[in-house]
Design a protein. Structure first.
Length: 327
C-alpha cells in the first residue's frame, strides 16, 4: 500500500515537471525570435525599474511574514521574526522549485513544530486563517479592479471573475452556518463523506479559534492589504522595465490573477501555467505577444531570485545547522 502511494506521488511529480517544461518550452519556442533579441536589447532597459521590482517583491514577502507573525501571536505563539523570515523563505523555495506536494504552507508549521516545539494544530489553524485572509484580499482586489479596467476585458472574463466574491461569501457562510446548506445531513447520508466531515470540522474549528481575536484578525488583514499593494507596485515596476507600460490600476486585477494561476496544482510552482495565462490576459489589454512574453519572463526572474534566496537559506540550514534554525 505504501509502495503504491509512493509510486502515485512519483507519477504526479513527473507529470508536474512535464507540464511546466512543456508549457514554458511552448512559450519560448513560439516567441523565439523575440527572446533571441532580448539579451542585446536589455542594454537599453532601465535596470533601476528591475531593481525596484525585486526589492519591493522582497519587502512584500517580509510584510507577508508579519501577517503570519500576527496570527501566531493571536494563538499565544511568540517567535523571533528573524526565524519566521528564514522559515518563510525556505517555504517559498519549496513552493516554487521543488517538484513535490510539500508546499510552503505545509513546511512552515512543520518547521515551527520541529525547531521551536510549537503545537502543530495551532500552527495549522494559523496557516488556514492566513490563507483565507489572503484569498479574501485578492478576491476584493479583483472585484474592485473591474470598475477600473472593465473596458479592457471581455464580458465572459468579467462574469467569470465576478463569481469569485460570490464563491468566497458562500464559503464563509458554509463555515459559520453549515446548517443553512444542511451539510451535516449530507455527511450523515453518505458514509464515504466521513473523512471529508472530519476535515471540514478541523477547518471550521480553526476559524472559531480566532473568534475572540478580532484585534489580531484586523491587524492581519491590514498587513495582507499592505503586502498586496507592495506586490502590485513590484509588478508595476516590472511592467515599466519590460516596457509594457500598463497603468498602475491594471495590476489590481492582474496581480491576483497571476498569483491565482500559479496555484493551479498541475505544474512545479506554477511555472509554465502562470506565464501562458499571463500572456493570454495581457492580450486582453491590447498588449502584443512579444511584450507580454518579456513581462512574464521578468516576473519569473523576480520570483526565481527570491526563491534562490530561500534555497540558500535551506542549504545553510541543512549543511551547517543540520536543518535547525540559524537564529
Amino acid at each position: 500500500m505504501n509502495n503504491l502511494k509512493f509510486n502515485k506521488e512519483k507519477i504526479f511529480i513527473a507529470i508536474r515537471i512535464v507540464v511546466s517544461v512543456s508549457l514554458l518550452s511552448y512559450l519560448i519556442i513560439r516567441n523565439y525570435s523575440t527572446i533571441k533579441n532580448l539579451i542585446p536589447a536589455l542594454k537599453g532597459f532601465n535596470h533601476y525599474y528591475f531593481i525596484a521590482a525585486v526589492l519591493l517583491f522582497a519587502l512584500g514577502i517580509f510584510i507577508t511574514m508579519l501577517r503570519w507573525d500576527i496570527l501566531l501571536r493571536a494563538r499565544g505563539i511568540f517567535i523571533f521574526k528573524g526565524f519566521l523570515l528564514q522559515s518563510y523563505y525556505v517555504g517559498y523555495f519549496y513552493s516554487n522549485i521543488l517538484p513535490s506536494n510539500i508546499g510552503g504552507d505545509i513546511y512552515r508549521p512543520y518547521d515551527l513544530h520541529k525547531s521551536k516545539g510549537v503545537d502543530l494544530h495551532k500552527n495549522l489553524s494559523v496557516i488556514i486563517m492566513e490563507r483565507f485572509i489572503a484569498s479574501v484580499v485578492g478576491t476584493l482586489s479583483i472585484f474592485i479592479s473591474f470598475f477600473l479596467i472593465y473596458k479592457y476585458i471581455s464580458i465572459k472574463i468579467i462574469i467569470g471573475f465576478l463569481l469569485l466574491p460570490v464563491l468566497m461569501f458562500i464559503i464563509f457562510l458554509i463555515i459559520i452556518r453549515p446548517d443553512i446548506f444542511k451539510l451535516y445531513r449530507l455527511f450523515a447520508k453518505f458514509r464515504r463523506l466521513k473523512n471529508l466531515e472530519k476535515k471540514f470540522n478541523e477547518f471550521r474549528n480553526s476559524f472559531f479559534e480566532f473568534k475572540n481575536k478580532l484585534k489580531f484578525i484586523f491587524a492581519s488583514i491590514a498587513a495582507a492589504i499592505a503586502a498586496h499593494l507592495i506586490f502590485i507596485t513590484s509588478y508595476w515596476f516590472a511592467n515599466l522595465y519590460a516596457r509594457v507600460n500598463l497603468n498602475f490600476t491594471s495590476f489590481f486585477f492582474l496581480n491576483p490573477v497571476i498569483i491565482l494561476s500559479a496555484n493551479i496544482p498541475v505544474s512545479v510552482g506554477g511555472i509554465g501555467v502562470r506565464e501562458n495565462i499571463t500572456v493570454v490576459i495581457l492580450k486582453q489589454f491590447g498588449i502584443a505577444d512579444y511584450e507580454a512574453v518579456i513581462f512574464t519572463l521578468v516576473i519569473l526572474a523576480i520570483i526565481i531570485l527570491n526563491t534562490l534566496a530561500g534555497g540558500i537559506i535551506y542549504l545553510i540550514r541543512t549543511i551547517f545547522y543540520k536543518n535547525r534554525a540559524m537564529i
